[in-house]
Design a protein around this ligand. Structure first.
Ligand SMILES: [Zn+2]
Length: 170
């Protein structure tokens, strides 16, 4: 008798668990709302549904840019990218950072002291940290900290997965 109850309980928990999991993976992620007054270079704007992002992004790109994930430290090849060029948003190709503002922060993440233009990105409070997003498509890029080098004193700590590098001719 006691055993039957346990089996029923396990069965019910399993069904509820599967149902919750099903609704979780089936529910589309609502689009991120930019803070009012946010601008972007040339007023460019790229908006896609969750399903459309999933189609064009790899699993890790989607996880970082749309689910605010963080890549493993030292996992991105862009960490060691020292050539002259531009780092753009992997989701919408919005130019974000120039190579001459890149520095070695010894953190394991590509780091820059300033965006290419001020409105290439925008920031939002993320608990105790400040989140950095692409102003064109709202992709989560990483965080910004106040322990960067001169001239800004800022450290834009980026996920390499969220960036695409284009080399410029020397
Ligand atoms: Zn973007």
């Amino acid at each position: 008798m006691q055993q039957n109850r346990i089996f029923i309980l396990i069965g019910v928990l399993l069904i509820v668990g599967l149902w919750l999991y099903g609704t979780y993976i089936a529910s589309p992620r609502p689009p991120h709302k930019r803070p009012s007054g946010t601008t972007s270079p040339d007023n460019r704007r790229v908006e896609k549904t969750d399903a459309e992002w999933k189609e064009i992004l790899t699993r890790s790109q989607y996880n970082i840019t749309r689910e605010q994930g963080t890549e493993w430290a030292n996992s991105s090849e862009l960490n060691h990218e020292l050539r002259r060029g531009i780092f753009s948003c992997v989701s919408c190709h919005n130019p974000l950072f120039r190579s001459d503002t890149k520095f070695d922060s010894h953190t394991g993440w590509p780091s820059f002291y300033a965006p290419i233009v001020p409105n290439a990105i925008y920031t939002e409070s993320d608990g105790s940290r400040t989140e950095v997003r692409c102003s064109v498509c709202d992709a989560h890029l990483g965080h910004v900290f106040n322990d960067g080098p001169e001239p800004t004193g800022l450290r834009y700590c980026m996920n390499g997965v969220a960036l695409a590098f284009t080399q410029e001719k020397p």
